[in-house]
Design a protein around this ligand. Sequence first.
Ligand code: NDP
Length: 392
Amino acid sequence: MSRVLIIGAGGVGGVVATKCAAVPEVFSKIFLASRTLEKCEKIRSRINRSLEIAEVDADDVGQLVDLFEEVSPDLVINAALPYQDLAVMEACLATGVDYLDTANYEPRDEARFCYRSQWDYHHRFQKRGIMALLGCGFDPGVTNVFCAYAQKHVFDEIEGIEIMDCNGGDHGQPFATNFNPEINIREVTAPGRYYEDGRWIEVDPLSVKRSFDFPGIGTREMRLMYHEELESLAKNFPGVRRLRFWMTFSPQYLTHLRVLQNVGMTGIKPVVYKGMEVVPLQFLKALLPDPASLAENYEGNTCIGCLIDGKRDGEAKRYYIYNLCDHRKAYQEVGAQAVHYTTGVPAMIGALLIATGVWRGQGVYNVEEFDPDPFMELLPRYGLPWTEEFRE
Ligand code: NDP
C-alpha cells in the first residue's frame, strides 16, 4: 500500500490521477498538487474516489519540502513541466521520497534536452537510499521498455532502432499541439540529431523525412527529430549502431509552424514590448488551445512503436512492436486525448512497479534498466495493448 503524490494538474497529471485512483489496492492514498488549485479540483470532480489536493509552486524547493512533510508520500509522480524536475528531485532527497517523471530536465532559457543534469543525482539518491525513475511516459518510457524487451526476448544483437511516433488523429483545430505547447514547440524546432557508429549527427530541424505505413492509420510522412530516449538508449545499449526518432506532422501543422517561426513567435528569449519583457513562445502558448481541451472532439488513433533491426542465431531480423491508441476511447475512459493517455498510463504503471517493489533500486534510473516483462504484462491490463511482428 502506497501513498502517492502527483504534481501537475494538466493533461498528463489528470490521466495519472485517474489511473492511480483505479488501483486502490496499491495506491491507498492519492494527493494531487499543482500551481492552480482549480485545475486540481476539476480533476478531482471527475474521479470516483477521494483525492486530496493542494496548491504548490514546484519551482520552489522549500514549498515542496513543506508539502512532502505534510502529506508523507512514498512516491512523487512529477507530471508538471521539465523545468521543475530538479526542484522536485531536490525535495525528494530532502524528505527521502522516491521520484518518477515523464520528461527530462530543461532549463527555461535554453532548449537543451539531456539527462546529464538528472543522472548527476545518481550518487545522492543512492546515498539517501531512494530511487528516481526517469522518462516513464510513452516516448520516452514505453519505447525504452519495448527496446529492453526486444533485447531480452527477440535478438542476440540489436543493430538499429527506429522509434516512430504517429498521431493519425484529427482534433478539428487549424493549429494545436498535443501536449504542453511550450515544451512541444521547443522540442520540434530544435535541430534533429541521431546516433550512428558511436557519434551524434546533427541535421536542420525537421529536414529529414521518410514515409511509413502505420497500422490502423495508413502511410504518413514522418520527420527525424532529436528525442531524449536516444540519449539513454545510447548509454544503456552500447552495442547498437544506429538510433533514430521520427514523428509525423500534418502539412497544415508544418505550415503554421514555419510561419510562426519566421515571424519570431517560437522564440524563447524575452523581447521588450511596451516596457514589459515577453517571451514570444510563452505568449503563443497563451493563445493556443489547451491540449487537454482537444480531447472531446479528437478522432482517430496514435501509433507509437519501435522498428528494430538485428540478428538472432546469426540471421538478420526486422521486428516491429507498437501500440495503437484511440483518442475517442481514451476520452470515454478518462476524459483525455490519446497523447495524454499514452503518457499517463505508463507513469502509473511505473509507479505501481516501484510501489510494489518489483522495480527497485537506489539511485537514478531510466526504464530500460529494469526487467521489461512485468511492465509489458501490465500495459494491456491498464489500457495500452501492444502488438509485435516480424517484417521483411
Ligand atoms: P500541461 O501544461 O497540460 O500540464 C502541466 C501542469 O503542471 C499544469 O497543471 C501546470 O499548472 C503545472 N505546473 C507548471 N508549472 C508548475 C509549477 N511551477 N508548480 C506547480 N505546477 C506547475 O502539460 P502536459 O500535461 O501536456 O505535459 C506534462 C508533462 O508530460 C510535460 O513535462 C511533458 O513534456 C510530458 N510529456 C511526456 C510525454 C512522454 O511520452 N514521455 C508525452 C507528452 C508529455 P497550471 O495549470 O497552473 O499551468
